[in-house]
Structures are given as C-alpha cells and as structure tokens.
Ligand binder design. Sequence first.
Ligand SMILES: Cc1ncc(COP(=O)(O)O)c(C=O)c1O
Length: 389
Amino acid sequence: MVNKEEYYKYIINNYKVHDIVIEYGKGTYLYDNNKKKYLDLTSGIGVNSLGYCDEEFVEELKNQLSKISHTSNLFINENTVEAAKLLVQLSKMDKVFFSNSGAESNECAIKIARKYSYDKYGFGRDKILTLKNSFHGRTLTTLKATGQEKFHKYFYPFPEGFIYGEANNIENILSKLNKNNVCAIIVEPIQGEGGVLPLSCEFVTKLKKVCNERDIILIFDEVQCGIGRTGKMFAFENFDVTPDIVTLAKGLGGGVPIGAVICNEKTSGVFKYGDHGSTYGGNPLVTTAAKYVLSKVSNTKFLNEINEKSLYLINSLKEIKSDNIVEIRGMGLMVGIEVRGNVNEYIDKAIEKGVLLLSAGNNTIRLLPPLTITMNELKKAISVLKEIL
Ligand SMILES: Cc1ncc(COP(=O)(O)O)c(C=O)c1O
C-alpha cells in the first residue's frame, strides 16, 4: 500500500502535499485509503468542473478509448473539430488551437501576439505587458509572464520582453505603453493564484479601448476562471468585452489534460503552416471530454444554478461574524476568503472536519468546488467554514 514515505522516496519533492492518499471520488466527495470521506472544494485546482466520475462522462471516455485515443495532428478527427466548433460558437470568436495545459495555452497566445506584431510592424514591438500579482504558468516564458518577483529566481536566463503593470490602474498601464513597443497585454479577469482578485469592469473596458486604439492584442488568461467558473461560460462575458485571444485549460477537460487558445478574426490567421504545433494537442480522447464538459456547462439552467449557488455561498460567508475574516470576494464558484493568521492552519482544521480547501496569495482561502456541487453540500461546507473561522 502506498504511503507518504514512498511518495517522498520516488517523487521529486516540489509539492506541499497533504498526508492523504486519495483512492477515488464520486460527485463532490473524495475518499481516502482509510475510507474517510472529504467534501471537496478544490476540484483538483479548478479542473474537475463536473465533479468526480460523472457517469455519462466516464461512459463517453470509455467508448472513445475503445475506438481511438490518439492520432497526432497529421489527421483529422471528428471530436477535435466538434470541440473546436463548440468553443467557437459559444465564444463567438473565430478559430481554436488545442494545447495540453494552461502554460502551453499562454505560450501559444504569446507567440501569436508576437508574430501578429512582427508581420505588421517588423522588429522592436515585442513586449508583453502582464499584471503584477498575476500567475500564468510554470514554463520559463510563462513564469516570466507571471507578475510576481518570487517566481523569477534560480532559472536564469529567463526569456526577455515582459513588463508589468498594476491591476485596476489604467493610468499606470498607459505609462508603460509610451515607448510603443508593447504587442500584447495579458490579464486574468480574476487573479486566481494571486488571491482571488477580480478586475474591475471599468478597468477592463478601458483596457480594451486602449488595446483597440493601439493595435495591441488583448489576451484573457481564463485557464482558471473560464468554462462556467464565474457563472458565465467565459469570464470575459462578465465584463462586456471580447478579447482578441482567450486561453483555457483546467475545467475544459473535466479531469483530462487539455488546453485551448481561442482567437478572434484578427488573430486566427497569424500562424501559418509550421509556426506552432503539439503532438498530443486536442487528441480524440481529450476532446471527447471537452465536448462533454462544454455541452453540460453551456446549458442555461446549469449556468443559472452556478449563479444561484454563488449568491448563496458569498452571502452566507459574508454573514459569518469573525475577526479572522478580512474580506470575502470572487465571482461564481471562484471565491476567496482573506483571513488573519496562517491560512494553512485553517485549511488543516477543515481537513480534520472532512472539508478540502485551497489557499491563494499569502492569506486567502480559495474555494473552487466542482460546478456541480449541490446546495446541501454548500450548506455543509459553509457550516464547517463557520466553525474553523
Ligand atoms: C490563470 C492561470 N494561468 C495558467 C496556469 C497554468 O496552468 P497549467 O498548470 O495547466 O500549466 C494556471 C494554473 O494554475 C492559472 O491559474
């Protein structure tokens, strides 16, 4: 039987793991090897959007596995086309590139933005502006894109060409653009890892206007906040603007690794034959999962329920009287509770009581439950949160 000693013996020690061996999951619950049951408000960091082992999802994947799981992108497969078509129809954008993860989606978006600018303006307009406190991935380029100093250590040299501006401060952003060398701005509509910090509508509207005026590609990193998480199919819908590129991963596959880059008409023709690629990207197995997730989440009733659950969750949390709570914030089922004291201690207490939570930033409890969580499960989670806070 696997134990923590073997985990540390065989796996490189780069994660802070809980002392729990998960054996299986069903719905919103996870079960460990001692048969202890946990109400899961982490959804594998925003991945298991439909919870665990949704029966139809499992059936669809089994069927696909018995037909074909992988072909490479040298051949056409129906699932890949259908998943892309769904993404295009739902976003009202133009075309999709499939990757395997959030970081790869962002890498791809950065390449598209740089090539768009190079094709049109030549050398020298290659800077990417990202926001302070952002998180965009763990590859060297997306680490550098991440606007947090603590990620820019050890792995020198990092790729060049990134500058950082302040979220919700359009004057600050404008001051970074006066050298006319910026080709793209990347933002998370809600900063996830940074502490569940939504951008303001006013800021996003102004950002879009500035990008249009200066022909700067606006990229929304919706890796964590896309695909129903905010109560809309795409987070950008909350802000009434459509970016030039949207990057996705996590919840899109409901548990299998898939990423996607959706482009509008301005950016969809930038890559030509040979400019980019991915061996696995959008293979028939993972696009079966994405098709299933997209068809479930895009249902109006499903989205309405996310909004009802969100309202209940946020209001109930705001009613908790505790000096340990600094602020409740978020959108949909992406909610942050900024706390006083050590966030990990609250998380450990919740685990003892059978509830799994995430942290974000320095001092925020982050809730990312499966989108399918029920009202009763939410009630249970809230009562445990009340106790530990
Ligand atoms: C906003 C955002 N972008 C990118 C990433 C990187 O995604 P991945 O770990 O799939 O590469 C993450 C992961 O947490 C994220 O939250």
